[in-house]
Design a protein around this ligand. Structure first.
Ligand code: 5GP
Length: 174
């Protein structure tokens, strides 16, 4: 019974859809119509990145990376491991990293350093959700959808021990 541990709805489908459209517009403006190499971070950003790229009216290439920081636990370990690296060469390209949620910022700080070393033309970070209270470093995304309180978030691609990714809305766990 998937509904049992859902604490409360934070963002409904229409709020998310509206925000995704707005973010796509901002991103298009930032890259001035040039081609963007979009990197979705698996698995949590899978639904967000799929929705976002369908609103980008510019050439897009899509790749994915998989990183582990939480594993099966509810708290970030701070130790980042690359489980799946890029398939594409991003040297000299406009790159947009698409993340589901930034909490401590440690994952994104590591990833930013890792991708910067690959000498892209422009590197921007986009996150649907941000929990600023959890921050343990100075990372700020270039594009942020919503700021949320320090709760454990699920839905719209984001899991709790691999459950709840299929919820069309965003909620927190009790
Ligand atoms: P950070 O390194 O910023 O602490 O965490 C980044 C990653 O941790 C996110 O990409 C996401 O996968 C996971 N994460 C952070 N906060 C939450 C949360 O509230 N719920 C879930 N399911 N994952 C989270």
């Amino acid at each position: 019974m998937q509904e049992l541990n859902i604490g409360g709805k934070l963002l409904d489908e229409e709020q998310i859809a509206q925000k995704v459209r707005e973010m796509a517009k901002e991103i298009e403006e930032e890259f001035e119509g040039e081609e963007i190499y979009v990197i979705g971070i698996l698995k949590g950003a899978c639904i967000f990145v799929s929705d976002l790229i369908r609103h980008l009216n510019c050439p897009v290439k899509l790749d994915f990376m998989s990183l582990s920081s939480y594993g099966m636990s509810l708290e970030s370990s701070g130790v980042v491991k690359i489980l799946k690296d890029l398939d594409m060469d991003i040297e000299g390209k406009n790159v947009l990293v698409v993340e589901d949620i930034i909490d401590t910022g440690l994952t994104m700080e590591y990833l930013k350093g890792y991708l910067t070393a690959r000498k892209c033309k422009k590197l921007k970070i986009c996150t649907l959700l941000d929990k600023p209270e959890g921050r343990k470093c100075d990372i700020v995304a270039d594009f942020t959808g919503f700021h949320l309180p320090d709760e454990f978030i699920i839905g719209y691609g984001i899991d709790c021990q691999e459950n709840y990714r299929n919820l069309p809305y965003i909620a927190y766990v009790k």
